[in-house]
Design a protein around this ligand. Sequence first.
Ligand code: UGA
Length: 429
Amino acid sequence: MKVCVIGTGYVGLVTGTTFADLGNEVVCVDKIPEKIQMLNSGKMPIYEPGLEEMVKRNTEEGRLTFTEDLHQGVTGAKVVFIAVGTPPDETGATDLSFVEAAAKEIAAALEDYTIIVNKSTVPVGTGEFVRHVIEANRRRNVPFDVVSNPEFLKEGTAVKDSQNPERIVIGAPNQSVAMALLELYAPLEAPMLITDIASAEMIKYASNSFLATKISFINTIANICEKVGADVTQVAKGMGYDSRIGRDFLMAGLGYGGSCFPKDTLSLRHKAMECGECTDLFDAVIKTNETRVSRFLGRIEDRMVELKDKQIGILGLAFKPNTDDMREAKSVEFIKYLVGKGAKIKAYDPVATENCKKILPDIQYVRNAYETADGSDMLLIVTEWNEFKLLDFEKLRTLLKSPIIFDGRNIWTMDKPKRFGFEYYSIGR
Ligand code: UGA
């Protein structure tokens, strides 16, 4: 089947490559020429484990191509996926201008019956909106259908998630349209749910907001644990054995970042407001998340007393491990505050340094954790990369000016740094 995917971000590029790997002919389209040039020369515009090899294999075997020319991509495609960005505007509502622009261009390129699929995370009602835009911009009366097919992959494990999805959700206007899409997904042998379009759109927001709620919930429990002498990691473990609660997304820390949870919780709250419904739950989830960094900074200031001229070594810059994505990364909030207080920053991340330099060009970037510790007054762990978990504590202690670690992700048990003579501050313990 010929498939066109518009947008080569995490969702578009990984989904397109997965469909190619299943034997389809896939054209990925992007408006940014540099991205297409990179992809055509075998380089990845994003860091995602396993993606480069899979793109290489499928381009070499002729199933996967990249172009700036949307018309060429859409021509002959049976299914066209819209996987463009849907950032929030200043009110928290979703900015649909990229979706609208893509829909208009698709409309102008339609020649035969085509299924247009919203893969981007879009608010309820966007399927209808896209249908109107295409209807109004078609050159001839070419038949088409619009489907909602939300994506649930996570950055850092996107390839694995895309190849082994826990569910496929298809919101379609009728059964026969849904069947055409099912055919594309059938080789993945995942559970499939066919719904109306609005429900499929809502499933995506409800899922992301529920996970964000779990995180804000455990972070609120962590705050109380700090006051009463309990250990939130044990509490989360004890809760997680209950299959109704589940173990995942109960890791207390600095809160959620990235390109999805912050924007999707805002968007769902905005939708609730628009409908005149109560937003108390979403307000609390969002507010709890927004105070994670300032709370930890308060503890750092209490301990360090004066931040001016202190050197702070920061480990981890990306919004989470295994990605180079800096969107809504907690490191930025820490660094801006600390620099504002006159502290000097030495920072290290295994892959996100180049992206961080674009946001924070004036701090010092080093090549590994030990260089970060060298001469620093304290270490601050912001992202839980695996390579930080087995650091040599003896070496760290000799390099640091004072043996102080603030760990925002609870990467070690309480006793380990203490055994090596460190003052160790973490979350909810
Ligand atoms: C999230 C969802 O997990 C995906 O299912 C969804 O497809 C994606 O958004 C999307 O809408 O595109 P992602 O943002 O890549 O995926 O990353 P997650 O692994 O969900 O982590 C999000 C944030 O929550 C990170 O900042 C992470 O550090 C934080 N988190 C996660 C916690 O603080 N505690 C946890 O227990 C889990």
